[in-house]
Ligand binder design. Sequence first.
Ligand SMILES: [Zn+2]
Length: 49
Amino acid sequence: MREIITLECTVCKNRNYTTTINKKKHQEKFEVNKFCKFCRRHTKHREVK
Ligand SMILES: [Zn+2]
């Protein structure tokens, strides 16, 4: 079952991306490095509810 999640920049707290993940493969909090246009660099983005 795939679920839509929102990714939030851990530096500036802006919600920059949405993505779908497989909850069975990602039991823990999903984190990924992505480019944040507000920080203007790659930052860690974290799943938010
Ligand atoms: Zn940012």
